[in-house]
Design a protein around this ligand. Sequence first.
Ligand code: UD1
Ligand code: CA
Length: 455
Amino acid sequence: MEKRYAIILAAGKGTRMKSKLYKVLHPVAGKPMVEHIIERVIETKPEQIVTIVGYGAEKVKEQLGDRSEYALQEKQLGTGHAVLQAAEFLKDKTGTTLVISGDTPLLTSQTLDNLFAYHQGKNASATVLTAHAEDPTGYGRIVRDHVGIVEKIVEQKDANEQEAAIQEINTGTYCFDNEELFNALAKIGTSNAQGEYYLTDIIEILKNEGKTVAAYQTADFNESLGVNDRVALAKANELMRERINHQHMVAGVSLIDPKTTYIDADVQIGADTVIEPNVQLRGTTVIGEDCLIGANSKIVNSTLESNVEIKTSVVEESVVRAFADVGPYAHLRPKADVGQHVHIGNFVEVKKATIGEHTKVGHLTYVGDATLGKDINVGCGVVFVNYDGKNKHHTTVGDHVFIGSSTNIIAPVEIESDSVTAAGSTITDNIKKGDLAIARARQVNKTGYASHLPF
Ligand code: UD1
Ligand code: CA
């Protein structure tokens, strides 16, 4: 196979986004657009990837890391000028160079492979990836001659009426013979409506030199959506969501209402898991088989083993082990580790705490900075008092402990196995194995006193 190279265009500011965040870093399905691009590009197995950076260069580099080399485009003089910046890395290499924009996140590696194959099959100097658009507004138009051979690409702002009516658009993705690319780039001018160096002019330049130029039209226009503003960003998210949801359903996950199910690109879900409406599964979340994720839950960067049930709850950076159930209205904050068969009930908050198997934390309780053993019953309204205003302190609770309702556990404290705290206790001292701790004032009844009160 011929050597492949790739150039990712990511130097533009994205003026039309009207944003402090650089355009290619805006997320689609929870991931920056340019991240989608580099992942697809890597799947085509290039020898080298050069990303053109300018606005937000440091942030883009931070995102892509050492998966790419970088060429700085100091002034954004157009897409042709941008590609030229890769010359120092690629100029004299032999092979095929893919040029792709950082703002077309829906393109698939299958389509890119098809483009490479078509380009090679035609033995072309340049092949542009095109699509048929119902509404071509904003895109460059593909001008073909009477027998259908590509002549040039005309930008919207430079198009005459006849050209503007063309519905075949430039996706901004191309394969080039690498040497021809850099030869032709030197010949691009700026005599156009925007006064920019248009990469698109290369097609006409090569054509006039008698070189073979080709256009490969992909069937699905949606894949080529270019995100220039927030309207297109929302559309890209919608289309990506449909694609992701479809993939999960085909793989055996039930989505009760796919239209209101938001699953980020890297989330994994096991078969026979059921996802109710209005659920958000974010980041690097991994969910096992046979789980139920109840309506309105949000799960972020967390791992759920199999047979877990989450009812209308928020789970962040936590682990929930097999057969555990959580909620409704529970909040697992970072570093909660909920053991097998654990029950976390309503209005329970857990943070940085490990909870052993079969333990129950049923109602209105805060567990923070704690290690709990197995088979513990935590009553209603228990507070693990972990913060003294300055520092956080840890609580350890052994197996088979019964924590009475409304117990305050003032950390640091250790409660050994098989012990009990009386309801309403404020525990400040360690409790030995098998002991009962009572820490509350005795009740006093004042006979008949109620009638003396002013109400
Ligand atoms: C471009 C194409 C258009 C095509 C469309 C597809 C040109 C002249 N036009 O238009 O034919 O239909 O993409 O989405 O190529 N960039 C740089 N440096 C620059 C200018 C742009 O790196 O100096 C980068 C941008 O960050 C962006 C990409 O190139 O990722 C495309 O630029 P953009 O301004 O979005 O081009 P379009 O107007 O969409
Ligand atoms: Ca664009």
